[in-house]
Design a protein around this ligand. Structure first.
Ligand code: HEM
Ligand code: HEM
Length: 207
C-alpha cells in the first residue's frame, strides 16, 4: 500500500499516523443505503401495514443494493473485492485468536472474521429477496411478484424460510453493530469513520 512511510531518521516515529484510502464511494454508498433499506424492510415486514407494498419496495431496494455489491465485489477496487478479504479457516482462526487483544488490528479492509459476516449477511439477504419474490401467504394481497412461477407448496415453504431468516438477519446485524462497538471501546479502533469518509488512519510504520 502506498503512503508516506516515515524514513527520515532511524528512530521510531512514536504515534505518527498516516491516512490511507480504504473504502471507495460505491462501498460507502452501498453500506449506508443498505442500513436504511434493511431497517425499513425489516420493521415494515414485522410491524408494518397489513398491505405490504412498502415492504416489497424496500425489499427491491435491498435486492438492488446486494446485486450492486456482488458485482462490485468482482470488478471493484482491491479492498472491495471478495478475493481480497474472504479467507480460509486457518486465517479465520489465526485472526480470532488475536481478537481479544486490547489493541487495534489496523487491518486495511475487512479482517478474516469480519469477512464471514459480510459474506453471510449478503447470502442471507439474497435468500430473503428470493423467498420474498416467490412467497405467497395466500391472503390474495401480499403475493410475491414471481409466486405464479412456482408451486404453491414452494411459495409457502419460501415464506417460512423468509420468516426464519428475517429473524436471523436481525440477529446478525445486532452482532455486527456490537462488534463495531467492541472495536471502538475495547480495541480502540474506529471502523466507522473510514466507512463514512473512505479514509483510515493507521500508524506510520504499518505496511
Ligand atoms: C448503524 C449501524 C451500523 C454501523 C455503525 C455499521 C458499521 C459498519 C462498519 C464500520 C463496517 C466496516 C467494517 C470493517 O472495517 O471491516 C461495516 C461493514 C458492513 N456492514 Fe455495517 N454497520 C451498521 C449496520 C449495518 C446493517 C443494518 C447492515 C445490513 C443488513 C450492515 C451490513 C454491512 C456490510 C454488508 C458490510 C460490508 C461492507 C462492504 O464491504 O461492502 N451494516 N458496517
Ligand atoms: C422483494 C423482496 C421481498 C418480498 C416480496 C417480501 C415479501 C414478504 C411477505 C409477503 C411477507 C409476509 C409473510 C407472511 O405474511 O407470512 C414478508 C414478511 C417479512 N419479511 Fe419480507 N419480503 C421481501 C424482502 C425482505 C427482506 C430483504 C427482508 C430482510 C430482512 C425481509 C424481512 C421480512 C420480515 C422480518 C418479515 C416478517 C416475518 C414475520 O412474520 O415474522 N423481507 N415479506
Amino acid at each position: 500500500m502506498a503512503g508516506e512511510q516515515n524514513t527520515a531518521t532511524g528512530a521510531k516515529a512514536p504515534v505518527a499516523a498516516r491516512s490511507v484510502a480504504l473504502w471507495d464511494p460505491v462501498v460507502r454508498l452501498f453500506h449506508w443505503a443498505l442500513v436504511l433499506a434493511f431497517f425499513a424492510v425489516w420493521f415494515l415486514g414485522k410491524f408494518g401495514p397489513d398491505q405490504m407494498t412498502l415492504h416489497f419496495y424496500a425489499g427491491y431496494a435491498v435486492g438492488g443494493l446486494v446485486l450492486l455489491r456482488l458485482i462490485w465485489g468482482i470488478i471493484g477496487p482491491a479492498p472491495a473485492r471478495f478475493t481480497s478479504f474472504v479467507r480460509g479457516p486457518k486465517a479465520v482462526m489465526a485472526y480470532a485468536r488475536h481478537l481479544p487483544a486490547r489493541r487495534p488490528s489496523n487491518t486495511l479492509g475487512h479482517n478474516a472474521v469480519g469477512a464471514l459476516f459480510v459474506v453471510g449477511i449478503l447470502a442471507v439477504l439474497v435468500v430473503q429477496v428470493t423467498t420474498g419474490l416467490i412467497g405467497d401467504p395466500e391472503d390474495y394481497v401480499n403475493t410475491g411478484p414471481l409466486a405464479d412461477y412456482v408451486a404453491i407448496e414452494t411459495s409457502r415453504t419460501a415464506l417460512s424460510l423468509h420468516e426464519l431468516l428475517g429473524n436471523l438477519a436481525m440477529i446478525m446485524v445486532i452482532v455486527h453493530i456490537a462488534a463495531i462497538g467492541f472495536y471502538r471501546r475495547w480495541k480502540g479502533e474506529d471502523l466507522v469513520t473510514p466507512m463514512i469518509t473512505g479514509k483510515k488512519q493507521i500508524p506510520a510504520e504499518t505496511d
